[in-house]
Design a protein around this ligand. Structure first.
Ligand SMILES: Cc1cc2nc3c(=O)[nH]c(=O)nc-3n(C[C@H](O)[C@H](O)[C@H](O)COP(=O)(O)O)c2cc1C
Length: 189
């Protein structure tokens, strides 16, 4: 499929719809480009912090995404201080760049027990380190894994704005906002 055949890029509605289809594909398919977005937050000094994450859920109706992380990871402290994040993906299959600006809620404790119950033993290994994630250690492997539900945090990202750039024969760029019901606005690329 070439960019010229991406007919969905021609209208705001279908472009918005396609962005959510790509996100849903990322959740379902380990090899899809949207599987591994970059999550950007701002730290206490105002420095942008970006890292790769796995996209765990994408709900187009509520315009919400979910990411799982270790409760003691720096990104959790960052969003507790500044509850905002941007998710970035370059989907090279659809020729789409997505910049998704979100407010963030951190879910921990009983709220994440159903999520923990569904994780495989292998997946659980990512949540619970001693010393805590980001601690200075004497050697690259001088840490233990102590998986526990208490160490899991779910970041619930409620999208406020979506900016979608399609690279085609002629590029198209659009902004969508929760405040106008995601109707969308073309902008110059
Ligand atoms: C392919 C890939 C997938 C990753 N997925 C996650 C993830 O889903 N959640 C997470 O917290 N960290 C994930 N990481 C690790 C983060 O990129 C980061 O190194 C770690 O979370 C610490 O970030 P922080 O100190 O900014 O919180 C992933 C890294 C890679 C390379």
């Amino acid at each position: 499929m070439t960019p010229e055949t991406h007919e969905w890029a021609q209208s705001l509605d279908t472009l918005h719809d396609q962005a959510w289809k790509r996100l849903a594909r990322g959740v379902a398919d380990r090899r899809a480009p949207c599987r591994h977005p970059t999550l950007a937050t701002v730290d206490a000094e105002g420095t942008p912090q970006a890292r790769t994450v796995v996209l765990r859920a994408a709900d187009p109706k509520a315009a919400r995404l979910r990411v799982y992380t270790d409760r003691h990871a720096d990104k959790v402290d960052e969003v507790q201080l500044t509850p905002k994040a941007t998710v970035h993906v370059w989907d090279n299959v659809a020729h789409l760049q997505l910049r998704l600006i979100a407010s963030v809620e951190v879910l921990i404790g009983p709220a994440v027990e159903p999520v923990w119950a569904q994780l495989s033993d292998h997946a659980r290994q990512c949540y619970g380190f001693s010393p805590a994630s980001g601690s200075a250690i004497d050697d690259g492997l001088a840490y233990d894994k102590q998986p526990s539900a208490d160490s899991l945090a779910v970041l619930e990202l409620t999208l406020q704005h979506m900016e979608v750039l399609h690279l085609g024969h002629r590029h198209r760029r659009a902004r969508f906002s929760r405040s106008d019901g995601w109707s969308g606005q073309w902008v110059t690329p």
